[in-house]
Design a protein around this ligand. Structure first.
Ligand code: KE4
Length: 427
C-alpha cells in the first residue's frame, strides 16, 4: 500500500522546490521519503500514515518542554484571541527582553526578531557597524543561518578569504569572511597577529550542533575571548541551538566566558518564530532608531509567538529542569554506546545538557575533519532502521539530536530497545 507520506511528498514537489520549506527536511542526506507530521504530543509525533515516532529533533531544539505542553498551548490560544499582530510595541516584548537579560548577564539589551538567520545577520551587521571593520571570522562546520556573509567555506589557505558555499552569494561578500578550523586556537593567534585590528567580529557556536555535536575546548573559547578583547573585535556566541539547551545560561555560562553579543532562537520561541540578538549596551546603542545600524521586522516580537516563548522560558526555570534533562540525555547517549558495543559496532555518543551527538567512529570527534571521517553510510542505515522501529533521529549524520522534558525513562528505554535491534542489523 502506498504510504500517504509518498503521496504527499510527490504532491509537495509540484508546488515547492524539493517539496520542503527547509532543505534538511527532504531526507536527501539519508535517502527515502520524509515523514509528513500531522500532530505531536510530549515526546511523540505522528506521520500521515498515523505512525507514531519518538521524536529526537523536537523541531531542531524548540520543543524542549515537549510538544503541545498545555501551558504553552493555552498561552498561544489566549494571546491569539487578543490579536495576532499589531506592528506596535507590547508589554509582552518588554517582559521577554527583561527575562532574557536576567537569565544571561552578558545580555544588557536585546532585540527580538523572527528567525536565527535574522538574528545572526543582524548581529554581524551590528558588529561591522560598531567597529567600522568589514572582515569577519567563522569556523568550518558551524552554521549561523543563511545570511550571505555566512554561507562561506574556507578558502585555500589561512589568509585566503572564503568562497561561497551557495550559489547567489557574490564573491565580494565572501571575500570578507575568513573561515578557520574549529578548536584550533593557534590559527586564531596567527590571524589576529597578522590582522587583528581589521577584524570586526568572530562568530562561533560555543557548542557546535551543525556538524553533529562537537564541544568547543575551553582553550579555544578562552583564546578567542582574549584576542577579541585585545583587538577591539566583537565576540559573538551563536547560541541559537545550544542556548537554553545545554543549560539555562547556555554555553557561555557552562564555559564561564562572556561574549560581547549573543544570538538566540529556537527554545526562546518554544516552537513559534522568536529569535533574538543582544549583549553589551554600548554596542546595542548603534542600532536604529538610536544609531546608524538599520535592523527591522514586521513580526519582530510578535505577541502570539512571544506568549509561547515566555511560557517556555518560565517552564525551563522549574527547579531541577536541566538536571533531569541532562540525566535523561546522558542515559540515552550511554545506552546507545553500550548497545553498539554489545553489537560490535564502532560507535560512540556524546551529550551536553539536552542535546546529543551520535558518531559511527571509535571516538567522539573534536573537529570538523574528525566528524567528516565518521561513517556516514552506517549512520544512514541506522537512521532508517530506527525510523522503521518508530524512532525519529535527525535525518543527517551531521546534525545534533534533542531530548525534551517529556522523554522519561520509559521513552528512553523504548529507544534503547529499538537501538539494540538497529545495531544488530549493522553487523
Ligand atoms: P533559523 O534561521 O533556521 O531559525 O536559525 C538558523 C540557525 C542559526 N544558528 C544556529 C546555531 C542554528 O543551529 C540555526 C538553525 N539550525 C538548523 C539545524 N541544523 C535548523 C534546521 C533547518 O535548517 O531546517
Amino acid at each position: 500500500m502506498t504510504s500517504k507520506n509518498d503521496t504527499l511528498f510527490s504532491r509537495a514537489q509540484i508546488s515547492t522546490p524539493g517539496g520542503v520549506n527547509s532543505p534538511v527536511r527532504a531526507f536527501r542526506s539519508v535517502g527515502g521519503t520524509p515523514r509528513f507530521i500531522t500532530r505531536a504530543q510530549g515526546p511523540y509525533f505522528w506521520d500521515a500514515d498515523d505512525r507514531r515516532y519518538i521524536d529526537y529533533i523536537g523541531s531542531w531544539g524548540p520543543a524542549i518542554v515537549g510538544h503541545t505542553h498545555p501551558a504553552v498551548v493555552k498561552a498561544v490560544q489566549d494571546a491569539a484571541a487578543r490579536g495576532l499582530s499589531f506592528g506596535a510595541p507590547t508589554e509582552g516584548e518588554i517582559e521577554m527582553a527583561e527575562e532574557i537579560c536576567r537569565i544571561l548577564p552578558s545580555v544588557e539589551q536585546v532585540r527580538l526578531v523572527s528567525s536565527g538567520t535574522e538574528a545572526g545577520m543582524s548581529a554581524l551587521r551590528l558588529a561591522r557597524g560598531a567597529t567600522g571593520r568589514d572582515t569577519i571570522i567563522k569556523f568550518e562546520g558551524c552554521y549561523h543561518g543563511h545570511a550571505d556573509s555566512l554561507l562561506v567555506k574556507a578558502g585555500s589557505g589561512l589568509l585566503t578569504f572564503g568562497n561561497p558555499t551557495s550559489a547567489g552569494v557574490p564573491e565580494d561578500f565572501a571575500k570578507h569572511t575568513l573561515v578557520l578550523d574549529y578548536n584550533n586556537p593557534q590559527q586564531l593567534e596567527d590571524i589576529f597577529a597578522r590582522m587583528g585590528d581589521k577584524i570586526a567580529c568572530v562568530i562561533v557556536e560555543p557548542v557546535a550542533g551543525n556538524m553533529n555535536l562537537v564541544r568547543a575546548t575551553p582553550e579555544f573559547l578562552q583564546t578567542m575571548r582574549r584576542l577579541c578583547s585585545q583587538h577591539g573585535t566583537v565576540l559573538i556566541f551563536d547560541e541559537v541551538m545550544c542556548g537554553f539547551r545545554v543549560g539555562l545560561g547556555g554555553a557561555q555560562t557552562l564555559y564561564g566566558i562572556t561574549p560581547d553579543l549573543t544570538v538566540m532562537g529556537k527554545v526562546i520561541g518554544g516552537g513559534m518564530p522568536v529569535a533574538a540578538f543582544g549583549g553589551r549596551k554600548d554596542l546595542m546603542k548603534h542600532l536604529a532608531p538610536l544609531g546608524p545600524v538599520y535592523q527591522a521586522g514586521t513580526l519582530s516580537g510578535n505577541p502570539v509567538a512571544v506568549a509561547a516563548g515566555m511560557t517556555t522560558l518560565k517552564l525551563i526555570q522549574a527547579p531541577g529542569f536541566y538536571e533531569s534533562l541532562s540525566t535523561q540525555t546522558a542515559k540515552l547517549a550511554q545506552g546507545l554506546s553500550a548497545a553498539a558495543k554489545d553489537a560490535g559496532v564502532a560507535f560512540c555518543a556524546d551529550s551536553v545538557g539536552g542535546m546529543f551527538g551520535l558518531y559511527f567512529s571509535e571516538r567522539v570527534p573534536a573537529s570538523y575533519a574528525e566528524v567528516m571521517a565518521c561513517d556516514k553510510n552506517k549512520f544512514n542505515v541506522f537512521f532508517h532502521a530506527m525510523l522503521d522501529l518508530g524512532v525519529y533521529l535527525a535525518p543527517s549524520a551531521f546534525e545534533a539530536g534533542f531530548v525534551s522534558a517529556q522523554h522519561d525513562d520509559a521513552v528512553i528505554d523504548e529507544t534503547l530497545a529499538a537501538a539494540r535491534k538497529a545495531f544488530a542489523s549493522l553487523r
